[in-house]
Design a protein. Structure first.
Ligand code: KIV
Length: 281
């Protein structure tokens, strides 16, 4: 099983690694069996699974349902659960209790928090009680209203200096890794160089130690123009639409179901009976 120590070793040995989001049992199993070392149950599920315009409406209850499903599907990957908006900002006590639920009840191995100075104390406390923390700086979607939209961060010298200082503070507080989202490649390279812990980039260029993409973006399930940082490795939206249309056409023309999909009342054999019983036939 991949652990936080392995993730540190990846950086120490100069091995770039991939993280992907996962939100359900079957996709977690597929990604895990494909050897993806880190699966993130991201609060992006609010947008790609639940249809919200931002991640802000995502609740602990939402996270728990999806995190539990992912932990049932994965065997090898390090599982990281996102702390949703307002699950860690109100008090350190509440943050510890909510992070504890993701670990204890949902089977996550670590949690991820967004933000810099404001989450340093929580990061220290969680680390102290044995909950590994992945930080998240740059374009932090839970700050969408403060950022005035989903905008690249760290473009000015002052912003870049602040992100670098926050990154150092999170490392000091015990974070085991750091997501850098939507920042210029030069800044991501500088932070990656400055930190001992691994950085994981999304829209942060090639210099980070790891990369992360959202499952639905990577597979082409999200449609329309993809953000610049997304690479689509498949076009599943088109493939699903093609399959659904073919199925509907087969039903309309009587091609489906065919004789091979039918159960019979006579001529049964013990082997056939066993197979039919498996499917409730
Ligand atoms: O919620 C999420 O999926 C994330 C990744 C994009 C890093 O935070």
């Amino acid at each position: 099983m991949t652990t936080v120590l392995d993730v540190q070793r990846f950086k120490d040995e100069g091995r770039h690694f991939a993280m992907l989001t996962a939100y359900d049992f079957l996709s977690a199993r597929i990604l895990d069996e494909a050897g993806i070392p880190i699966l993130l149950v991201g609060d992006s599920l609010g947008m790609v699974m639940l249809g919200h315009p931002t991640t802000l409406p995502v609740t602990m209850d939402d996270m728990m349902v999806h995190a539990k499903a992912v932990s049932r599907g994965a065997r090898q990957a390090l599982l990281v659960g996102d702390m949703p908006f307002m699950s860690y900002q109100v008090s350190t006590e509440q943050a510890v209790a909510n992070a504890g639920r993701l670990i204890q009840e949902a089977g996550m191995h670590a949690v991820k928090l967004e933000g810099g100075g404001g989450v340093v104390e929580v990061t220290r406390k969680l680390t102290e009680v044995g909950i590994p923390v992945m930080g998240h700086l740059g374009l932090t979607p839970q700050f969408v209203h403060q950022m005035g939209g989903f905008k690249v961060q760290g473009k000015t010298d002052a912003q870049a200096a602040k992100i670098l200082a926050d990154a150092r503070a999170l490392e000091q507080a015990g974070a085991f890794s750091l997501v850098l989202e939507g920042v210029p490649s030069k800044l991501a390279a500088e932070i990656t160089q400055a930190l001992r812990i691994p950085t994981i980039g999304i829209g942060a260029g090639p210099a980070t130690d790891g990369q992360v993409l959202v499952f639905h973006d990577m597979l082409g399930l999200t449609t329309g123009k993809a953000p610049k940082f997304v690479k689509r490795y498949a076009n599943l939206a088109e493939e699903i639409a093609r399959a659904a249309t073919a199925y509907a056409e087969d039903v309309r023309t009587g091609k489906f179901p065919g004789p091979e999909h039918e159960y019979s009342t006579n001529g049964s054999t013990p082997a056939k009976d066993r197979e039919e019983a498996r499917y409730g036939g």
